[in-house]
Design a protein around this ligand. Sequence first.
Ligand SMILES: [Cu+2]
Length: 291
Amino acid sequence: MQRQHRWVGLVVGLAGLLLATEPVAAAGAASTTAQFINGLADRLLWVAVPVTLLTEGVLFYAIWRFRRNDTPRPTQERRWLEISWTLATALILLFVGVSAYSVMAHPSVTPTRADAVQTAQGNDAVVVNVTGSQWYWTFEYQGENVTTQGTLELPANRPVVMRITSSDVIHSVFIPKLGIKKDAIPGQTNYVVTTIENGSVGQQYVLFCAEYCGRGHSDMTATVNVFTPAQYQQWLASQRAGGSGSAGSTGVGSQAAGSGQGSASGESSSGSGASNASGAGAGNATATASG
Ligand SMILES: [Cu+2]
């Protein structure tokens, strides 16, 4: 009877754990995406620590208890013990699997095209077309007539959709602090859907390329600046006012063009030509050819 109680307790305890696999947001993360990912890491840690303590405890106890046992006897079959450790392992693995899947499949972590389109259609959404090129990043703020290179400006507290692609080889957008990592693949669009938390206003985060893409790969970074929604609108307006034609002519934009050219300069003239307004580049080319 007592044995039966033990196993009922075990089953109820682990079933409770299993019920707790609904994604939980961790406090203090910089974006909704990071919240889910950090929440998963925290939860798995809370399960892993007692499991580790229990198994290591049993191991060390056995080593100590049987340290002078020169003639060990084979263990007799104990069915409840075998059933309970099989069941416990199965439930723990199920818990880890379901928890991880429910976070990985969440639209804030792995959005489908439909999720991205739906979010982008909301009034408040900011849509940025992100293009990786050897070896710089271009950010086109959709519908705003603003493009930057080397810096990505984003508002907190508004849904952000990134449409990510590449103009040449495979790159990868990696912003660790925001919990974002997504490949940039030529001929394909991958999506990021997230909302940056209010607490991140004024912060600067680094965007890395996380897919080896040639000699300039390690320089292929960008800075992410987080604004309030009002500051963001102001910034867009200032870009439009000063930046007709070339995104690199004012403020933050010129920084951006600087870093774009910096990585391309030693390389070839086509790199720096492309990093300014493409219209101007084409115009020069025509003039040179005709003259
Ligand atoms: Cu790269």
